[in-house]
Design a protein around this ligand. Sequence first.
Ligand code: FES
Length: 105
Amino acid sequence: MPEGPAWERLGLALSPGEKRVVEVGGREILVCRSGERYFALASRCSHAAWPLADEPIEGSQIVCTLHGARFDLRDGCPVSGPARKPLATYSIELRDGELYVSLNR
Ligand code: FES
């Protein structure tokens, strides 16, 4: 298990390509899996707050279909489209089959 009180156990398992919105510390966080990698980001688009929970993941990007913005899952930065601000990203780790997220990032 990761050290320190800042890590929160999510208590869920994701299949490749699956994503879920969870609440941690009063924030809605989008947790997703692409291949064997896990990502934790803000759950709403930085352009006009569209919910990203049902939006498609293409490789290492998530697409906001409302206006077409694409964000890199690794750092939340916009890759294209009207969004200019990055999505907040959070640390996420898989330890002993359990997912943990930390808001301290
Ligand atoms: S709300 Fe996501 S691109 Fe506009």
